[in-house]
Design a protein around this ligand. Sequence first.
Ligand code: BTN
Length: 235
Amino acid sequence: MKIIKFDVIDSTNTYLKTNYDNFDNLTFVVANHQTNGKGRLGRTWIDEDDLLLSILVKENIERPTDYSLLIGAVLVKVLKKYSPKIKWPNDIIINDKKCIGILLEGVTKEKQECVIIGVGINVNTTVFPKDLLFKATSLKNESKEEINKESLLKSIINEFINEYNNYVNNKSDYLNIIRNNFYLDGKEISFLYNNKEEKGIVKGIDDMGNLIAKTDNQLLYLNSGEVTLNNIYKK
Ligand code: BTN
């Protein structure tokens, strides 16, 4: 296990995508600030006083998307005093606002070379842009306390290594942790499925980590790689 720290970098995910060949399994890259932080769907991830972390996984990556849920379970455990909820598959929600974004990337050549788990946690940022005002929060906003980022980082790394070892030995309880802290249960969602806009009610998560949604006429099992969810935040 290795931790690489930067004060400023373009993006911790980009760094690992470019340099994964030089590093071993379970390398952690952390930055104080990103100049070109990446969000999902080509968006930018802006930070102020936050935790920006990418984890390189090179072994046991036959099912890459499991890592979205595994890191989600890790974060729920570490941050349990904030009662975080998982918005399958990539966001962590506190009090109906997004506090953590997860960006899973990979490098595939003849085979899958690695998985990169990018985690952006709004930690001590207190002011958000107007368009995010009702959608985003931070740990400090929720607790009214300044958070020690170094000790938070340590807890996340320790818990990740612990949960990764459990996962490798088929002993991880991560799916139940997700089910027990699931933001979407019973909610109506809309999503793209086979390029068609669909609506459904969320019925749970199956044993492969797929989201189960009931449309008017069928149950669909949605794989996180194939689906984009819309309109789930409270207005
Ligand atoms: C999202 O859109 O919700 C995902 C945001 C992921 C942001 C993190 S910050 C650390 C890592 N490096 C990046 O460039 N992005 C991820």
